[in-house]
Design a protein around this ligand. Structure first.
Ligand code: FHN
Length: 447
């Protein structure tokens, strides 16, 4: 009977029924709340998955997918020499795209640190002919150019001997079937301390991999407190596909809008009250994948950004740089085009909150002060009926040229009489001028 208890707990945790213990009683200080508000206004960030796996060009899961044992995988770092890496070009690309922050992999599931770790020599400085700390170079450039930098950190590790008992993945690494979990967690905290003390003020830490061992004691309270003690304004988020745990400062969704579950991972990810972020890829891969040429069109990317905004979420859009340190032109070109679109339409995205009308098949709404931006993404007809906004509407105009949009009113609907000539295939934005502002809710206020 005694033995049944941990099994039952594990089952409940797996079913998402038991609250996970993390940084209980955490009260974000003012600088953290300020950072959350900044994050919520920023709306668009660049995700970068870069590691020694890029040498093979088959994505960041290649070690697990192709059952490559550690002894073989360790032959990749000596082949990784990104002599064309130019942090200024990466940051300029992100800025031109209208992105306000960058989130880059400091260590992915393969356990290889892309910075000069002192806790381990399994890192870019000690194991590659390049011998330079690319995170430091990027951090300096971001600071110079005013972009915030977040570090992705994989809690899951296919290389460390103490990542034991093993989870759902990484069983082919050739490690002995033993190890000390607590020692692995110490190692992880030590690496996080390096990242939080050696790279200036960070936007935050973006965790991934908890899902590999959902029933394990991850000592999250200790880890989250460490981060908040070292940098109180750094935002903690975790891609565990659940409702946020205590101590987290934002909530993320992978390849799904908040509240959706097309992937099958987000079924328990109830929406909490923290700022939201959705991440996705431009083709279908996170890490560099030579054979994946299914690039999203400009229209698809703009619609993702706009729809994310309608769900009150940021879009974190990924690129997987090549092993030489460059970013493939298919990504660079699309990002430049999104930047041009934002240059004209950013007013309806940055600092604008989702709603007041919840997302619809035809499009979404965002709002700021006394303006509601109706993003018509897919509506072939002349008249679009909206539920009545929470404040009286004085007038409506096209954001593109300021010309008036005739309005009709019903007892329970506002009718936008759209001119097909003015339809924009990317997004026809109609601005509703309200008689009074809709007061924005601070991050953390129940939706
Ligand atoms: O396994 C990872 C994957 O490689 C990638 O990093 C994405 C990004 O959200 N997250 C994980 C899967 O949930």
């Amino acid at each position: 009977m005694r033995k049944a208890f941990p099994v039952l707990t594990a089952l409940l945790v797996l079913a998402g029924l038991t609250p996970v213990v993390a940084q209980e009683g955490y009260r974000p200080p003012p600088e953290n709340l300020e950072a959350r508000a900044w994050f919520q206004e920023a709306r668009f960030g660049l995700f970068i998955h870069w590691g020694v796996y890029s040498v093979l060009g088959r994505g960041e899961w290649v070690m697990h997918n192709e059952k490559i044992p550690i002894a073989e995988y360790e032959k990749l770092p000596p082949r990784f020499n990104p002599t064309d890496f130019d942090p200024a070009a990466w940051v300029a690309m992100a800025k031109a795209a209208g992105m306000r922050y960058i989130t880059i992999t400091s260590k992915h599931h393969d356990g290889f640190a892309m910075y000069d770790s002192k806790t381990s020599d399994y890192d870019i400085v000690d194991r590659t002919p390049y011998e330079r700390d690319v995170l430091k170079m990027l951090a300096e450039e971001c600071r110079k150019e005013g972009l915030k930098l977040f570090f992705y950190y994989s809690q899951l590790d296919w290389h460390h001997p103490d990542y034991f008992p093993r989870g759902r993945t990484g069983q082919w690494s050739g490690r002995p079937e033993s190890g000390e979990w607590g020692r692995y967690l110490d190692y992880m905290d030590a690496q996080l301390e390096e990242l939080l003390t050696g790279y200036g003020p960070l936007g935050g830490i973006w965790f991934d991999g908890w899902w590999d061992r959902p029933d394990a004691d991850w000592r999250l309270g200790q880890t989250y407190s460490l981060i908040h003690r070292l940098q109180p304004a750094a935002l903690v988020g975790s891609n565990h596909h659940r409702k946020p745990f205590p101590g987290e400062d934002f909530q993320m969704f992978e390849r799904d809008f908040p509240g959706h579950d097309t992937t099958g991972w987000n079924d328990k990810a109830e929406i909490g009250t923290l700022p939201l972020e959705m991440c996705t890829t431009i083709n279908n891969s996170w890490g560099f994948n030579e054979s994946d040429t299914r690039y999203k069109s400009l229209e698809e990317i703009v619609h993702l950004l706009v729809r994310a905004g309608g769900y009150d979420a940021n879009l974190l859009l990924n690129v997987g740089p090549k092993p030489d340190g460059t970013i493939q032109p298919e990504f660079v070109e699309r990002l430049a085009e999104v930047g041009e679109w934002l240059e004209k339409n950013g007013e309806s995205i940055y600092g604008a909150r989702g709603g007041p009308i919840t997302p619809r098949p035809w499009g979404v709404t965002t709002h700021k002060g006394n303006e509601v931006f109706v993003h018509v993404l897919d509506w072939p007809d002349r008249v679009l009926a909206l539920p009545l906004p929470p404040r009286p509407v004085k007038s409506a105009h096209y954001m593109a040229d300021g010309s008036e949009v005739p309005l009709g009113r019903d007892a329970d609907a506002l009718l936008l009489r759209l001119d097909p000539e003015k339809a924009d295939p990317l997004d026809t934005i109609v601005v509703l001028e309200l008689a009074e502002a809709i007061m924005p809710t601070a991050p953390g206020t129940p939706r």
